[in-house]
Design a binder for this molecule. Structure first.
Ligand code: ZN
Length: 645
């Protein structure tokens, strides 16, 4: 288990398939990964104008502290630094609230005074005392920069947010007027992402202007390093389109021209043939209360060959699955083509994706580009896997699974079945079946998305128990499917409730779908599954796995009929009866049991480390990847090696 502190747990992710890449591809990954790391300081400055000086000062204290390790102030200081590292600044990465330091102002001032001035980020003519006093106000005064992004209605969102996208003193109405004018002059059909790549500042005469993030501009030193690495990566591109993507991105970084950014986004979204892919740049706008300015992020991914192969085995057999499904022949597709999903693995996370990361990608953000050129939407399998691994050590199974025998079965098969169920859902389930002629695709209205998810899940549940999957080599034996049946029912009947506040009902479509399937089965197949009580705790007890398959097949046939016929009344009945309401007492019990496990609500990742391997003549012969670095080591190394601003 890796680092756990405050409300955070750090995980590691492995990069499956890295070793199988060609040297050329590995070098492409290596240089793109370097480009993803060189932008780190940009984000620190975007999050808070004191962020970089504060980090450098805290790290100087951390490296040179000579006092007692047991001292309470020191321990609280280390905790604070770990939290600041994780958030890329002094505000919580999720709540945006400023961290409360557990150490004293005196401790901080004293430790700074002990340091040699050369170790500190001093401005010209600034003394150590000046620096310490300025930063102490930022750290210890709760009224200074209390929130990074304030969204409260009725307040001036710029004056009350401490992010660094607008110069001090610029008001919300001023900024809005500035961008309203730019917008009025822009192409209404294909508008650029106005404001995306600049800090709004004020000239001496009082007028506002954009200080653009580009080579020779604001953040130029960091951007030049990124471009240098992108250019090296270009030499190892897998195809000409990839080269064109990189060229266009470098051009954008050099000019800061938002039209060039759109051209880049189009090239990027249309490049889908490479096994290596990346994003690098000013991307998401959650950190700006006005939603215009994008934080810097970078990451690199490679195709997950094994998972992609699995998805292909299913989609190649799509017609067989369609023909053999338990639904009425009138609702089956005559010619059925599976979706060949591309599954990817992250190879490096940087900027605003590090250490806390998204587990899926859906880009670009420009609406007109999405409409005209599409988007890339993928899930990052190795990050999901790391979350699953962490869940194993969490005590969830010890608390909620009924007995040891079932736990052992889950230990053997749960991961493989879970992945396979997802593939069946995505590659076959959603694409199966057809509407009867004349039926409106939106006939089920508000119940449509829950029923659609149920249809895809049921398709997966029905087929995961089919001998065909063992025959295709996707499951090791004809009992493995049981683990998916148990964990699916446990989640749908009990544990998914932990994510819902007490007093609330189920809202989200995927959760409604799971509740619907599980509670319909519980009500209609009592010989197959029961909820039992032991020592005051409720558990799922499965008495007949084969009968469960029959239940899922029956419900699949019914849900397909509802969809094919557009039978709104039946859809409404199923969802309202089984998918929404929670039993308050059971809900309370499950939440209490979950809270006692004391799990960290937020997770993030330590990156692997990539290194060039050279032979005696100095030629590069390989790229190695390792997973040993600790959280502290990695943070300190990044601060040293990618120090640009
Ligand atoms: Zn789905």
């Amino acid at each position: 288990m890796t680092d756990r502190f405050a409300d955070i747990q750090l995980l590691r992710y492995e990069v499956p398939g890295f070793a199988a890449l060609t040297l050329r591809q590995k070098l492409l990954v290596y240089y793109l990964a370097e480009a993803a790391l060189w932008g780190r300081d940009i984000l620190w400055d975007q999050n808070c104008r004191h962020g970089l000086r504060l980090r450098k000062t805290l790290e100087a204290i951390f490296r040179h502290y000579a006092g007692q390790q047991e001292q309470q102030d020191w321990q609280a200081f280390v905790l604070y630094l770990k939290r600041v590292w994780f958030a890329n600044g002094i505000h919580h990465h999720y709540s945006y609230l400023k961290f409360e330091p557990g150490f004293s102002r005196d401790f901080f001032l004293t430790e700074v005074s002990k340091l040699d001035a050369s170790l500190l980020p001093l401005h010209q003519d600034e003394t150590k005392e000046d620096l310490a006093a300025e930063l102490a106000e930022v750290i210890f005064n709760p009224d200074v920069m209390p929130k990074r992004v304030n969204q409260a209605n009725g307040e001036d969102l710029l004056l009350t947010s401490s992010c660094n996208y607008y110069a001090e003193g610029i008001t919300q109405p001023e900024a809005e007027a500035f961008y309203a004018k730019l917008k009025a002059d822009a192409d209404p059909l294909r508008p650029p992402m106005l404001g995306l790549n600049s800090r709004l500042e004020r000239k001496a005469d009082g007028c506002l202007y954009e200080n653009v993030w580009r080579s020779q501009g604001l953040y130029g030193p960091a951007i030049d390093h990124i471009c240098e690495m992108l250019c090296k990566a270009r030499d190892y591109a897998e195809n000409d389109r990839q080269k064109a993507v990189i060229d266009k991105l470098v051009e954008f970084y050099q000019t800061g021209n938002l039209r060039t950014f759109d051209e880049y986004a189009i090239l990027w979204v249309e490049e889908t043939r490479g096994e290596v892919d990346f994003t690098n740049g000013f991307t998401e706008v959650y950190g700006d209360p006005l939603g215009l300015k994008a934080s810097w992020e970078g990451y690199v991914n490679i195709i997950d060959q094994e998972a992609t192969h699995r998805a292909k085995a299913l989609s190649d057999n799509a017609q067989w699955f369609e023909n053999h499904s338990p639904v009425d022949a009138r609702f089956k597709k005559k010619t059925c083509k599976g979706v060949s999903a591309k599954v990817i693995s992250a190879a490096m996370l940087g900027g605003d994706l590090y250490p806390s990361s998204a587990i899926g990608i859906n880009l670009p953000n420009s609406n007109w580009i999405r409409a005209e050129h599409g988007s890339k939407s993928v899930t990052i399998a190795n990050l999901t896997r790391a979350y699953n691994e962490a869940a194993k050590g969490s005590g969830m199974r010890e608390e909620f699974v009924i007995d040891n025998e079932t736990r052992e079965m889950l230990g053997l098969y749960a991961d493989i079945c879970d992945d396979l169920h997802t593939d069946l859902h995505e590659c076959l389930g959603h694409g199966s079946g057809q509407l009867l002629p004349g039926v409106d695709a939106d006939a089920l209205r508000a119940y449509g998305s829950t029923l659609e998810e149920a249809r895809a899940d049921l398709f997966g549940l029905y087929y995961i128990a089919d001998p065909k999957l063992v025959e295709l080599g996707l499951l090791p034996n004809d009992e493995a499917y049981r683990s998916q049946y148990y964990s699916y029912l446990m989640n749908g009947l009990l544990t998914q409730m932990v994510r819902i506040e007490e007093g609330c009902q189920i809202e989200e479509a995927h959760m409604r779908n799971r509740a619907l399937i599980c509670r319909w089965t519980l009500a209609n197949y009592p010989e197959a599954v029961r909820i039992v009580q032991r020592d005051g705790k409720h558990y799922v007890c499965i008495d007949n796995y084969q009968m469960l398959r029959q239940a899922f097949g029956e419900l699949l046939a019914e849900v397909q009929r509802i969809k094919s016929e557009g039978d709104y009344e039946s859809a409404r009945h199923l969802v309202e009866e089984y998918g929404i309401k929670l039993d308050a007492r059971l809900h309370h019990e499950i939440r209490q049991r979950y809270e006692r496990l004391d799990l960290a609500p937020y997770k993030g990742f330590i990156n692997p480390r990539c290194k060039l391997v050279r032979n005696e003549e100095g030629n590069i012969i390989d790229v190695s990847i390792s997973y040993e670095e600790t959280y502290e080591e990695q943070m300190l190394r990044y601060s040293t090696d990618y120090n640009t601003l």
